[in-house]
Write a protein that binds this ligand. Structure first.
Ligand code: SF4
Length: 370
């Protein structure tokens, strides 16, 4: 039998108070609400990204831009450079657009509809900011919460299905309704997420440490908790081929700034994605002529980089390239130039890995994720 919402809440909140991890963006449980800017920043950084990867980025962002207003004055280039290596760069662009809109309006909206109206803010982030920073009763259902609630209630619906998702959000709302008296909506959301991240983990959940174990349907059934949540088979990533050329001119490398879309605004050595049947070396020549107006010769093959994006697996073959002239942005890049110091531009992890294949261009690899 599934537990009542008050039973779950009254087991969860004291556990969270005692067992939560201290993280730089987290308010003290039961204490003051979180700073809305810190909550927004951390929530966007944490999407698809591990906590230990996020912590140094979060601290660096706050050192550079201590307030929402200061951040709103940053340029997109500065933000992408600071974000480089965290991946999913649309988050960085959305964060800046959000901050600019909110700063112009006098601060972040304090309710879910207002937050959801900001660029790139979905129900999850809106709920997290509204509950943690403003104490609003707003459920959030991320991967961790999906797992906890699926196991706790023994739910067999795929949480990514419309029906499964609706049921989970409704259940999360019940838990918030049971939290109304204490008003600890932010703590409740964080407790559910924390339980999923540290105890009710995807593999080998620590049921013996779990505060809601007495109420857990899957445990009581004797089934393996890892069998939930049920997931539809993952789509296999599409295999994509590409080439990149390292052309050195006057101590720098010719690079282009990508257009909006995947890795939009990030810089890379001149590259091209191939169609079926395209030969590698002629494609490098084509990339330089079509994308930056240079006639080049392709020299030594430097190696290959295999890089996985969410639904795509790119195999990029990298060549040294010889040529001269003044590169200019033609039909693809929004800007092309000779980059002498890679620290001057925002580089994705993929671009860093391509550059690392060239001589004297070894760069520290940032965290993965893009
Ligand atoms: S008892 Fe085990 S399966 Fe159930 S919620 Fe706790 S950790 Fe997850």
């Amino acid at each position: 039998m599934t537990a009542t919402a008050p039973q779950i809440v009254s087991a969860l909140l004291p556990w969270y108070e005692a067992a939560h991890r201290r993280l730089p963006w987290r308010p003290t449980p039961g204490g003051e609400a979180g700073d809305p800017y810190h909550v927004l920043l951390s929530e966007l950084m944490l999407q698809q990204t591990r906590v230990d990867t996020v912590v140094p980025y979060f601290e660096r962002f706050l050192a550079m831009w201590p307030t929402l207003e200061a951040f709103a004055r940053a340029t997109e280039d500065e933000v992408l450079k600071a974000w480089a290596g965290l991946g999913y760069y649309s988050r960085a662009r959305n964060l800046l657009a959000c901050a600019q809109k909110a700063a112009a309006d006098g601060g972040l909206p304090q309710d879910v509809p207002g937050l959801e109206a900001l660029p790139g803010i979905g129900p999850y982030t809106a709920g997290a900011v509204a509950s943690i920073a403003f104490g609003v009763s707003a459920p959030v259902v991320d991967g961790n919460v999906e797992r906890v609630l699926s196991r706790l209630d023994g739910r067999s619906a795929d949480p990514r299905s419309t029906q499964g998702r609706k049921a989970l959000w409704a259940r999360a709302q019940q838990l918030h309704d049971a939290t109304e008296a204490s008003g600890r909506h932010g703590d409740l959301n964080q407790a559910l997420m924390e339980l999923g991240a540290t105890v009710c983990t995807p593999r080998r959940p620590q049921c013996s440490e779990c505060p809601v174990r007495p109420h857990c349907v899957v445990r009581a059934s004797g089934e393996d908790p890892e069998s939930l949540p049920v997931r539809a088979a993952r789509r296999k990533p599409t295999l994509v081929r590409g080439v990149a050329g390292l052309l050195r001119i006057e101590g720098g490398v010719v690079m282009g700034r990508r257009p909006p879309g995947l890795l939009g605004g990030m810089w890379e050595p001149i590259s091209l994605e191939l169609d079926k049947g395209d030969a590698l070396r002629p494609s490098v020549v084509r990339a330089f002529s079509e994308r930056c107006g240079l006639a080049v010769q392709v020299a030594q093959r430097r190696g290959q980089v295999v890089h996985t994006f969410t639904h795509r697996k790119l195999t990029c073959t990298v060549y040294d390239v010889r040529g001269q002239g003044e590169p200019r942005a033609l039909d693809y890049y929004t800007e092309v130039r000779v980059v002498r110091d890679p620290a001057d531009v925002a580089l994705s992890t993929l671009a860093r890995r391509i550059l690392a294949l060239g001589p004297q261009l070894s760069l520290p690899l940032a965290a993965d994720g893009d």
